[in-house]
Write a protein that binds this ligand. Structure first.
Ligand code: ZN
Length: 500
């Protein structure tokens, strides 16, 4: 058999194992009865061990060596080779027993995190987090790095990302976005939020609104589903089966809707992957930064635009006729763009969001380097919120316990959220050049042309080329914070009637 064909067969096997793991993980978050936790940990550990054994089979190494000698490979084949070489290199550096132990610990520590969060008691999670941090440091050491230890973890979520690349990015945002937020808070014309706070918003109405909007922007519910979970996410094994979740709060209708649009954006990306590359690494989504660009596009760039609010007002009135009485599209638009330093990252506005990420990034950097330890975390967290956002959490649930990420050892993940914000602004600007009537299309609820542009330039390109190359191919320029900063400045200027 041809070496490339043999490699594809082996890669399909590996992909199927990981798809099944994804389904078990979804079930754990959404449906699983509590007593199944220990059993599920065993199952996921087995899945992880099996996938790792298949990936580290020496035959994969032999095939890679043979294929890397060939000069007749096309772009997709070279993409598959590059990606397989990268995962093979990373996986062979991690001992199988270590991978299984980490997977087992992930399941355990997610459970203790959820309990600690619901009981507002950091001590319930403390020991599991200590072990998770130790394992993550060890993982970075196994993987190796040139600069600092944290680099090895950053690279897992966005290929080639390092502290030396992220530091200036956040410095740039801090210089431009922090003063803008300050100006908005001090001098901005504040929106009237009374219609939001003086009403209650039924879960049923919120579900109806989320469902209608997700359908309208193009999510295929014959190939996916919506559920509720404590921490919203998008998962699922394959473009035919994409599952996202949201959560509901009857005092706040925006959290579930914009959470739904966010996860729908992730889901649209998954559903738009190139089907001729099923089960191949080159056919998968291109890293977390690009993934986040798709969720942010629909959640913020589109969902919080004036045109979108004009289009969606009748839907709001359909699901909440009494609450929406007398509310205009202008009111809605101003309210969904309310800027205020707040405690919860996933509910933060566009302007302050990246400051939440910066705090986590700074903490992780110190934690992985061993400059701070788990027992220092709650205070470090509160101090940085005070320093950068001027607020402190009244309890741990709203502070250091709010995110699920550390419970499964996803150190290095957070910065990709900020990359996603930057990419989304850059991609939408490029799309608008080819869609001159973009604003009118959104106002009419015609989302197809924009979705098709993303399908053609982002989704269907899978992971054939590296993330930064994909952004450059799609937009004509390498990744940069400029479009995002300009977008935010223009929008806040107009919305909050700032005198420059
Ligand atoms: Zn996301």
């Amino acid at each position: 058999m041809d070496a490339y064909d043999e490699l594809l067969i082996r890669l399909k096997d590996i992909d199927l194992v990981s798809q099944i793991g994804g389904l078990l993980g979804w079930d754990q978050e959404v449906l699983m009865p509590p007593k199944a936790a220990a059993l599920r940990a065993e199952q996921l550990s087995w899945i992880s061990k099996t996938g790792h054994e298949k990936l580290t089979n020496p035959r994969i190494g032999e095939l890679l060596e043979q294929l890397e000698q060939r000069d007749d490979l096309n772009q997709v084949q070279m993409g598959n080779l590059r990606l397989t070489r990268d995962s093979y290199r990373k996986a062979t550096k991690l001992p199988t027993a270590f991978v299984a132990e980490m997977a087992m610990h992930k399941s355990k520590s997610q459970i203790s995190w959820a309990e600690a969060r619901s009981k507002n008691d950091f001590s319930i999670f403390r020991d599991d987090l200590v072990k998770m941090v130790e394992m993550s440091r060890k993982k970075a050491d196994y993987l190796g790095y040139e600069g600092v230890r944290y680099d090895a973890l950053l690279d897992l979520y966005e290929s080639g990302l390092t502290v030396s690349k992220v530091d200036p990015l956040f410095a740039g945002l801090r210089e431009n976005v922090a003063p803008l937020v300050k100006k908005v808070i001090e001098n901005g014309k504040k929106p009237d939020m009374s219609w939001v706070h003086e009403n209650t918003w039924s879960k049923e109405g919120q579900e109806g609104l989320s469902q209608s909007i997700s359908e309208a922007i193009g999510f295929d519910f014959q190939a996916g589903r919506r559920d509720a979970s404590t921490h919203p996410f998008c998962g699922g094994p394959n473009p035919d089966d994409v599952r996202w979740t949201t959560r509901y709060d009857e005092t706040d209708p925006f959290g579930s809707l914009y959470g739904s649009m966010h996860e729908t954006g992730h889901g649209l990306y998954e559903q738009g992957r190139p089907r001729n590359l099923d089960f191949q690494p080159a056919g998968s989504a291109n890293g977390l930064g690009v993934h986040e660009s798709q969720s942010r596009l629909w959640e913020n760039q589109i969902g919080r635009s004036k045109e979108f609010c004009e289009w969606s007002l009748p839907l709001w009135k359909k699901y909440f006729p009494k609450q929406m009485e007398g509310v205009s599209a202008e009111n809605l638009w101003r309210s969904v763009n309310f800027v205020e330093p707040s405690l919860i990252r996933v509910e933060a506005d566009e302007a302050t969001y990246n400051l939440h990420i910066m705090i986590r990034y700074e903490i992780e950097k110190k934690l992985i380097a061993g400059e701070i330890e788990v027992d220092d975390l709650p205070d470090a967290w509160d101090n940085m919120y005070q320093e950068f956002l001027g607020i402190s959490a009244p309890n741990r649930t709203l502070g250091v316990l709010q995110d699920i990420h550390w419970s499964f050892g996803a150190f290095g993940y957070f910065p990709t959220y900020t990359l996603g914000n930057l990419y989304s602004a850059q991609l939408l600007n490029a799309a608008k050049k080819e869609l001159p009537n973009h604003d009118q299309l959104i106002k009419n609820g015609n989302f197809t042309p924009l979705l098709e542009w993303m399908r053609k330039n982002v989704h269907s390109r899978g992971s054939i080329i590296e993330p930064s190359a994909l952004i450059e191919e799609a937009t004509g320029s390498p990744p940069s914070p400029d479009d995002f900063v300009k977008y935010l400045q223009d929008k806040m200027q107009y919305l909050y009637e700032l005198t420059s």
